[in-house]
Design a protein around this ligand. Structure first.
Ligand SMILES: *Cc1c(COP(=O)(O)O)cnc(C)c1O
Length: 407
């Protein structure tokens, strides 16, 4: 993760400058850490011993079990990243040159770059000040005759207002691809994200997400034709994947290329990790909730805007715990990050809005005043450590450092 690397590098510099790397110093507390146990290790070893390391039986099992977790009735196609999954979903929907796709500015660059892969134009819009999710009113205002799709991002794991988004998408004949990289498992009005009426939902299993396969992702859809196209294009436009090829009745050497596809398949080694992570996901979520509620309780008297929780009937995945400094705070965001780093606590910023990055700013001719909510939030935001292996004592360190800096 670029964020992790950046913070670790900065940390190292700060630690050496302040001479904090003494043996008695508390260990550095990262802002995210994967939770890999003996079960994942054993499953990977079994996969390696089986002799089948690329896409095969373990990948199938992972896809089936992921679909079953979502309640069945959906197609699940694993890929080697959410970025690949977003690309394939847009490709399957026929997005191409001349098309516009609406994307929130408060996201990771992957959400917008996949639109570019297809020669289409990402149209960045501002977000809702409370949730940092894409604002339905901003989508509506950005629609032109060229608009083909919208990619809502469930920021930090809190579902977007999907009822409003799906209704306006239906009114304007727009496709909806959910970027659910943060949102496994999240509930939107009584239904798990992944089972809503959008065209496709894409989850990420990157190292710092709510569950991981090292690198990986899953495209989920109710549309069998879309699933078939994604399956085809994830592996070179070859009609059958390697596993089917080696077990079907047709000769093993035979295959047909029917499109110029990509190389986006998940390996069985990665899927083996995913199978075991999935079995722990309810426990992971419970721990994330405990930690989020612990922060909410302990930080409520500080000059901070705490993250919005899900409405009744919905559920937050708590991928990130992002707080914003309020006007009364005696420190700025950067200074607070420095204080926490000096106390051995890693933080990050989610996200530097896309319109602030040179590539997006210049290629889309964007300026900051078009995104007042994202700008205000960016100036004040930081993400505190939140991961399942974090102990209560770890969290107390963060809370104490926040109080020392801000009260
Ligand atoms: C992590 C992330 C992605 C990309 O996921 P990968 O699996 O690393 O490709 C996309 N969108 C958002 C919002 C993310 O945070």
């Amino acid at each position: 993760m670029p964020q992790v690397d950046g913070v670790n590098k900065k940390m190292g510099k700060i630690m050496s400058e302040l001479n904090l790397a003494e043996p008695e110093a508390l260990p550095f507390l990262p802002f995210a850490l994967p939770d890999i146990g003996e079960e994942e290790i054993a499953e990977v070893v079994e996969c390696l011993r089986s002799g089948w390391v690329t896409t095969g039986p373990k990948t199938r099992q992972f896809e089936q079990e992921f679909g079953a977790y979502l309640g069945g009735g959906v197609e699940t196609v694993s890929v080697n990243s959410a970025t690949a999954g977003l690309h394939l979903a847009l490709e399957a929907l026929g997005i191409g040159p001349g098309d516009e796709v609406i994307v929130p500015t408060m996201t990771f660059t992957a959400t917008a770059e996949v639109v570019r892969y297809l020669g289409a134009q990402p149209v960045l819009v501002d977000v809702d000040a409370r949730t940092l999710n894409i604002a339905p009113s901003a989508i509506e205002a950005a629609i032109t005759p060229r608009t083909k799709a919208v990619i809502p991002v469930h920021y930090a794991g809190l579902a977007c207002d999907m009822d409003a988004i799906l209704a306006l998408a239906a009114r304007h004949s727009l496709r909806v691809i959910e970027d659910a990289a943060h949102a496994f498992p999240a509930v939107c009005n009584g239904r798990l994200v992944g089972t809503l009426a959008s065209d496709a939902t894409v989850f990420s299993f990157y190292a710092n997400k709510t569950m991981t396969t090292g690198e990986g992702g899953m495209v989920v859809t109710r549309d069998p034709a879309l699933a078939a196209r994604v399956r085809l294009m994830r592996i070179h436009g070859i009609k059958q994947d390697a596993f089917a090829r080696y077990t079907s009745k047709t000769p093993a050497w035979f295959y047909e290329v029917v499109a110029a596809g990509f190389k986006y398949n998940l390996t069985d080694i990665a899927a083996a990790i995913g199978v075991q992570q999935l079995r722990k996901i309810d426990r992971f979520l419970l721990r994330r909730k405990e930690l989020a509620h612990g922060y909410a309780e302990a930080l409520k008297d500080l000059p901070l805007q705490l993250p919005a929780d899900a409405a009744p009937g919905s559920g937050h995945a708590w991928h990130l715990y992002m707080v914003r400094l309020t006007a009364g705070a005696r420190l700025g965001r950067d200074e607070l990050i420095g204080r926490l780093a000096a106390a051995g606590i890693g933080t990050s910023v989610h996200f530097i809005p896309l319109h602030r990055h040179p590539y997006w700013r210049d290629s889309c001719a964007l300026s900051a005043h078009q995104f007042p909510e994202a700008e205000a939030s960016f100036a004040a935001m930081l993400t505190l450590p939140l991961y399942t292996r974090m102990t209560d004592a770890d969290q107390q360190r963060v809370i104490a450092a926040m109080h020392a800096a801000l009260s």
